[in-house]
Design a protein around this ligand. Structure first.
Ligand code: CP
Length: 324
């Protein structure tokens, strides 16, 4: 693996390897000193052209736990506001000696362009591009599902075959939905999308999943239900759904959650809009994994960076955490 641009690029073996490596990395979080020397002397730049809380901070935490030198770049306050291009920005950073670029960009395809244009030699990791892909989010979601639905140790080497995952909400604008559909399909899960017709993309019929407009019918057959935020910032105001009508048909409240099997998870990639797609009662319930997903994101991002930068030329014994 040279870059991580899309969940669709991962084979089942690639994905399971990342999930298994993340289990090793998660053990580091249980240690008094949460650090490995794996990326000592390597430099990673976090290049964020769009706002982020979870992804930016968890990449930074992952890089620091692997002992990398970290450079944080935010487009706000940079020379991007003076018209500097992505190419010139990236080449400026690489001139300072960068081994990997973690990029979030509003334009779908920006990470692919950076990885394939020849502008830079560094490994590129997509931290979310437009409405296209967010592969590390899909990996951390799959990691959370595997831990909860298959088992933490029993899950090692396993995929998600036969698990039924429902994604609910603004599929049209969601890079999380696209990445999850790709990765969950690769891992053998059965995915159902539930959304208003206006928030489904043209061509969704060719995606490897089912589509439904009836959340109440789908919930009893779900092992995990992932609620998605309505991305108003990517919509024309004329197309905003009203909060009340949206919540009534597509929101998850306590009554709806009671329709789910007892073991089923409620997931959300964050940020949540409480009251719109999910009530506070559900968001704060024991079966909601939103905080666990954030914690798992650090382990997944450590695994991805380790496999991209540290894994090829160092043995697992030298770099991976010792078994607990
Ligand atoms: N899930 C996610 O990508 O959140 P942020 O936008 O806060 O990074």
């Amino acid at each position: 693996m040279r870059h991580l641009i899309s969940a669709a690029d991962l084979t089942k073996d690639d994905a399971v390897r990342i999930l298994d490596t993340a289990e090793e990395m998660a053990r580091v979080a249980d240690r008094p000193i949460k650090k490995l020397p794996t990326l000592r002397g390597r430099t990673v730049v976090n290049l964020f052209f769009e706002d982020s809380t979870r992804t930016r901070i968890s990449f930074e935490a992952a890089e620091k736990r692997l002992s990398a030198d970290v450079i944080n770049f935010s487009a706000k306050g940079s020379s991007v506001s003076k018209g500097e291009s992505l190419k010139d920005t990236a080449q400026t950073l690489e001139a300072m000696g960068v081994d990997a670029v973690v990029i979030r960009h509003g334009a779908s395809g920006a990470p692919f362009r950076l990885a394939t244009s020849g502008w830079i030699d560094a490994a590129v990791v997509n931290a979310g591009d437009g409405t296209h892909q967010h592969p590390t989010q899909a990996l951390l979601d799959a990691f959370t599902m595997r831990r909860r639905l298959v088992g933490r140790d029993a899950g090692l080497g396993q995929d998600l075959a036969g698990k039924r995952v429902t994604l609910v909400g603004d599929i049209l604008h969601s890079r999380v939905a696209r990445s999850n559909v790709d990765l969950l399909h690769t891992l053998g899960a059965e995915v159902t999308l539930v959304a208003p017709p206006t928030l489904l993309p043209v061509g969704v019929g060719s995606w490897p999943c089912e589509v439904s407009y009836d959340l109440d019918r789908v919930l009893p057959a779900s092992d995990a239900v992932m609620m998605l935020r309505v991305q108003r910032e990517r919509m024309n105001a004329a197309f905003f759904p009203t909060e009340r009508e949206y919540s009534r048909r597509y929101g998850l409240d306590g009554e709806r959650m009671a329709r789910m099997p007892g073991h089923a998870l409620v997931m959300h990639p964050g940020p949540m809009v409480r009251g719109m797609e999910i009530t506070a009662e559900v968001a704060d319930s024991e079966r909601c994994t939103v905080v666990e997903q954030v914690a798992n994101g650090v382990s997944i991002r450590m695994a991805v960076l380790y496999l991209l930068l540290g894994g090829q030329d160092q043995t697992a014994q030298q770099t991976a955490p010792a078994p607990a």
